[in-house]
Design a protein around this ligand. Structure first.
Ligand code: 5GP
Ligand code: ZN
Length: 113
């Protein structure tokens, strides 16, 4: 755990979150400022700062995050959804512990603004 990291603290249970899924490697929890009727984040418990920091040893973990996020989306009643990873402040990243947004429950425009 990286001590100053908000999502490491959520993963450790030190900061509360509305959890939708948890196992030994990852956690899904509702975004505190939802941008759609369904908006949750999937994070690995391992601290990885951003998508650019994904190592070869993390490939199966990231794949499982995508599979789990899609499954939790369907369990929450949505079949159409968007999976988003932001990398870097210029792309909208504000928390530097990798996370995948899962958004749905309304129509989503493309391309994003
Ligand atoms: P980013 O902009 O880095 O891609 O996404 C970070 C997300 O984390 C934002 O959507 C923001 O609303 C969410 N967030 C920030 N702090 C907290 C928190 O303490 N709890 C939860 N559940 N979400 C948070
Ligand atoms: Zn972290």
């Amino acid at each position: 755990m990286t001590t100053d990291c908000l999502f490491c603290k959520i993963a450790a249970g030190d900061i509360p979150a509305e959890k939708l899924y948890e196992d030994g490697e990852m956690l899904a929890f509702r975004d505190i400022a939802p941008q759609a009727p369904v908006h949750f984040l999937v994070i690995p418990k391992k601290h990885i700062a951003d998508p650019a920091g994904i190592g070869a040893e993390d490939e199966s973990l990231i794949g499982r995050m995508m599979r789990t996020g899609s499954q939790v989306a369907r369990e929450n009643g949505i079949s159409d959804f968007r999976l988003v990873f932001n990398n870097g402040a210029g792309a909208g990243q504000t928390v530097f512990h990798i996370h995948m947004h899962v958004l749905g429950g309304r129509s989503l425009g493309w391309p994003p603004g």
